[in-house]
Design a protein around this ligand. Structure first.
Ligand SMILES: Nc1ncnc2c1ncn2[C@@H]1O[C@H](COP(=O)(O)OP(=O)(O)OP(=O)(O)O)[C@@H](O)[C@H]1O
Ligand SMILES: [Mg+2]
Length: 746
């Protein structure tokens, strides 16, 4: 698999903005849409909300009956009847309120889970390119903090809003029935109540969205820094990261103040409006009563009713609206995720592939990653039935990309990928994937048991089939030795499984599928030589009779393929058998010579450089045979684990390195990130400047795989040169001239 791109730990947050800012009304509309599937509960809930609101209206109205009829009119029967009705009303309101609370909670749980289900389901359908560009912290934030934000407003606040609206719908007509002049004053005052929303609503929603984006950026930043800790350590980036984090925090604080303040302004502006109308109604009411055109009972009743209306209006403006605004940012971010297009989808009437026999072809395929430059150009590739094809070539030549196109992670820009003559674009993807198995460099075990991990290969496999696959992959005995055998959780087993064993589990998973096409992308590259030889032998055995495309940077591993295809710069430059390609004397020959000049012992513990190999290093190009032999004998081999820093930018260099096996990346610090200059593998070298210059290292070299490196210490080198001053001068001249060249010597 492609080595992970050099981590940029402080890149600006990637904002996937598709939606427009969501105001209060839009948020409410979206929220109500989520309620649609639960309309039955919603209908019952609505009835339950009408009951207490009607009771409140009656309670207010009853004051006129009590004051004017009962007290002033001395009518005991009216008093008793009214109080009895109030008691009944109260009981009904109490039952309805409790029922509404319960129904609200149930609908809330269903709605939120439904959103989660939709988001997760949608996420699984998104293309590989979405994940290549997305920051996982941002996605997780949409599931956690954004969803938590909207959970309350989608349920409780929507119910509150409906409750208050129902209240207004009931109480306003009652108010008119009670006293139309005061009701008119009340209604004419209503627009003042909406003033806060009108003035600040849009700004408040935008501010909230900005805050949510910033919070997601912080989550992503933290996650990124956790992921790239080795780089952080290697480059001493901690101080800079803390500074960047501080600036994130400052931005978050600023956005929080803006979002919170503007949301409260909306609420407070409206709430003040409510209070103003209240004073107005009281004033007008008192004046009318004073003149005798309004009975005291009606005034008392109207003021009670107006208190109910005011409370509803106040709740709506001061509680519900700010809460809806607060959730609009999260809701918009969730809707954005759901709106993310599914890139590779089955066409209508997609063909279900019968058992694939071959051939599989790439026909004139050109490809570029989204927002990237051309990676493949007119690639022609054929895998005939039963044929094993090896893809080799320099790092970045497009080998893994070919694998991804065969898996239809992407579609080609030009040309087509065909299986038994059918364009992959016309195929039901599941029917193709069921016949392909891929093993990557990193076996990517999922959480769950060992059995689950193998059964991923075929959901309906029996225990006997799973065991047979594990035996074929030669991992059965190791699994049985685990504490709970096949039921051991991968998390627990992870530490107890070696890299080779994990890779074998991935192979068992592939075998279980009995694939027509087996794809191997550096499947054995991260293993030590002894394990690699054993796993390779297993793979060779299992490959027999199948179509196989294997990617490897190690040519010795490609040697036995029926056909070797050499990629360079996204084009097929050569293809043929190992012997044919050697005879051609092209790129393959060059790579082969370079790799075979460094011999590794069978157990992988030792390696040596062939004197002739030194010819390929410009610095040593002019050395005579004796000097070359003397130098070659001074190289010392040592294993490095994956992720180790061999050479650190800025430090003094004291050795020159040749890669006997493995893969390293050459990176330089660029601002707060690290920029990758090159990826080097078997037969490549680095660090030659240290031999001739006192200058500090110009880049950092980190191992991507476990590496066997051969080191030539500066002191050893100087000793050899000391015997030959003329040569020494030539070496220095060569080093100086190289420095002007393209790639910076380390
Ligand atoms: N997801 C991606 N988005 C954009 N560019 C990519 C992506 N993956 C790979 N590339 C680029 O495409 C080119 C080919 O990459 P690819 O991974 O196919 O090379 P490779 O031959 O497998 O290399 P290696 O031997 O290092 O694994 C490289 O230039 C790489 O930077
Ligand atoms: Mg690759």
């Amino acid at each position: 698999m492609t080595p992970p791109p050099t981590p940029a730990v402080a890149s600006p947050p990637r904002a996937r903005t598709v939606g427009a800012p969501m105001g209060v009304v839009a948020t409410l509309r979206h929220a109500l849409r989520y309620w649609q599937p639960h309309w039955r509960i919603a209908a019952v809930l609505l009835v339950m909300l009408v009951v207490p609101q009607s009771y409140k209206a009656f309670f207010a109205y009853s004051q006129r009956l009590i004051v004017d009829g009962g007290l002033l009119g001395r009518d005991a029967a009216t008093l008793v009847r009214t109080v009895a009705l109030l008691g009944l009303g109260f009981a009904a309101a109490a039952v309805a309120t409790i029922a509404a609370d319960y129904l609200g909670a149930r609908a809330g749980a269903a709605i939120v889970n439904e959103i989660r289900r939709r988001m997760f389901g949608h996420l699984q359908q998104l293309s590989v390119s979405f994940f290549a560009g997305a920051r996982s912290g941002d996605i997780v934030a949409r599931f956690t903090s954004d969803l938590a934000d909207i959970q309350k407003s989608l349920t409780t606040r929507v119910i509150d809003a409906v409750f208050a609206t129902v209240g207004l719908l009931i109480n306003v007509p009652v108010a008119f029935a009670l006293e139309w002049r005061l009701a008119l004053v009340m209604v004419l005052g209503m627009p003042v109540v909406g003033l806060g929303t009108r003035l600040f609503g849009a700004a408040a929603a935008a501010a909230r969205y900005a805050l949510k984006q910033q919070e997601a950026a912080i989550a992503s930043f933290v996650q990124d820094t956790v992921r790239v800790q080795p780089v952080v350590k290697a480059f001493s980036l901690a101080g800079r990261l803390v500074a960047t984090f501080e600036s994130h925090l400052a931005a978050a604080a600023q956005r929080f103040v803006r979002a919170e303040f503007s949301a409260q302004l909306v609420g407070s502006g409206s709430a003040l409006g409510v209070l103003a109308v209240q004073v107005l109604v009281l004033g007008v009411g008192a004046a009318l009563a004073f003149r005798g055109t309004l009975s005291p009972g009606t005034l008392v009743a109207f003021l009670a009713l107006h208190a109910v209306v005011s409370k509803d209006a106040y709740d709506l403006t001061k509680k519900v609206v700010p809460a809806l605004i607060a959730s609009s940012g999260g809701l918009r971010r969730i809707e954005e995720l759901l709106a993310e297009p599914v890139a590779v989808a089955d066409p209508p009437g997609a063909k279900v592939l019968p058992r694939v026999t071959g051939p599989i072809r790439l026909e004139g395929v050109s490809f570029a990653y989204p927002e990237g430059s051309r990676v493949l150009e007119g690639v022609q590739l054929e895998v005939r039935p039963g044929e094993r094809v090896a893809l080799v070539g320099p790092s970045g030549s497009g080998k893994s990309t070919v694998i991804q196109l065969l898996l239809r992670f992407y579609d080609p820009l030009k040309g087509r990928v065909t299986v038994d003559g059918v364009d992959l674009r016309e195929v039901a993807l599941a029917s193709w994937h069921a016949q392909v198995a891929a093993v990557f460099q990193d076996s990517m075990l999922l959480s769950g048991s060992v059995r689950d991990n193998i059964a991923v290969g075929r959901g309906d496999a029996t225990q006997a089939e799973i065991e047979a696959a594990a035996r074929a992959a030669e991992i059965h005995d190791a699994i049985v030795a685990l504490p709970a055998g096949y039921d051991t959780e991968i998390g627990e087993a992870g530490g107890k499984l070696s890299g080779g064993q994990r890779q074998r589990i991935a192979i068992a998973r592939a075998i279980l599928r009995d694939p027509a096409l087996l794809l191997l992308d550096e499947a054995t590259s991260a293993l030590d030589p002894a394990t690699e030889a054993a796993v390779s032998a297993t793979l060779d055995r299992l490959s027999a009779g199948r179509m196989v495309v294997s990617v490897t940077h190690r040519l010795a591993a490609a040697r036995s393929a029926h056909r070797i295809v050499v990629l360079a710069g996204g084009r097929v430059v050569e293809s043929g058998t190992h012997d044919e390609l050697l005879a051609r004397g092209g790129l393959y020959r060059e790579l082969w010579d370079r790799q075979s000049g460094v011999a590794v012992s069978a157990d992988g513990a030792d390696a040596r450089v062939a004197p002739a190999w030194l010819e390929s290093v410009p610095l040593f190009a002019g050395l005579d045979e004796d000097a070359r032999s003397a130098l070659a004998s001074r190289f010392r081999a040592r294993w490095w684990a994956a992720g180790e820093t061999v050479v650190r930018e800025g430090e003094e260099g004291d050795a020159f390195y040749v890669i006997a096996r493995g893969k390293v990346e050459v990176v330089v610090a660029a601002g707060e990130a690290a920029r990758r200059l090159a990826v080097l593998s078997d037969g490549d070298f680095f660090g030659e400047m240290a031999l001739v210059d006192d200058a500090p290292r110009s880049a950092t070299v980190r191992t991507l795989f476990p590496c066997l490196l051969l080191a030539l210490a500066r002191a050893d080198f100087q000793q050899v040169l000391a015997a030959n001053p003329e040569l020494r001068a030539r070496v220095h001249a060569a080093a100086r001239s190289r420095r002007g060249g393209g790639w910076t010597p380390v």
